[in-house]
Design a protein. Structure first.
Length: 197
């Protein structure tokens, strides 16, 4: 199974080298209200300084981000449904290495494009801790719930739901979850802030 993922990954690397264009990180859910540019009036009797206007709301658990793939017609509405930290091992054979723990993230992927979505979601998922260290997914399962199979196929309009497992140092504080289509090689990456869970 791992050799199959390696072959798929090598194919995507070859495609990505030819398509290494601009990259962007999407952090604002579509449901966020637009920013107002007009200044907020202060009450005439107040001498306190008004707080600076806040920037766009960052996506968090439960928010949907719209992402595009490398090919025309590839698009997903991606939701981080749940983060289980720490996540118990699925069985006695699937345990984290010494000094590490499992974190399981449940994703909902809705195909909003015109092309069939066919990919390995775990290849495009990543965790970022408070120090900026990034962690790729692992093939181990957890007791958090059903994981995605090695390859997922969804017709336009269909949704799939599953957990992706990560193995991280025991002392790491997880801050962000990232996801990109096309096994991580797509031009834009969705990012959810999961610090305040």
């Amino acid at each position: 199974m791992r050799r199959t993922f390696g072959l798929v990954l090598a194919a995507f690397i070859a495609v990505a080298v030819g398509c290494a264009g601009d990259k962007e990180v999407t952090t604002q859910p579509d449901s966020s209200p637009p920013l107002t540019t007009a200044p907020t009036p202060r009450p005439a009797t107040s001498s306190a300084t008004s707080p600076a206007p806040s920037g766009p709301a960052s996506a968090s658990v439960g928010d949907v981000l719209d992402l595009k793939g490398l090919e025309d017609g590839e698009a997903l509405a991606v939701t981080v449904v749940r983060v289980v930290d720490p996540a118990r091992a699925e069985d006695e054979y699937s345990t984290p290495d010494a000094g590490k723990r499992f974190v399981a993230v449940q994703f909902r992927l809705k195909n909003t494009g015109t092309a069939v979505y066919s990919d390995s979601p775990g290849n495009g998922a990543r965790l970022v801790d408070a120090q900026g260290q990034q962690f790729d997914s692992t093939y181990e399962g957890t007791a958090a719930g059903p994981g995605f199979p090695g390859s997922v196929t969804a017709a336009p309009g269909d949704s799939v739901l599953g957990f992706i497992t990560f193995e991280v140092p025991a002392g790491s504080r997880i801050a962000k979850v990232q996801f990109a289509m096309s096994s991580g090689f797509a031009g834009n990456t969705g990012q959810w802030d999961v610090t305040a869970r």
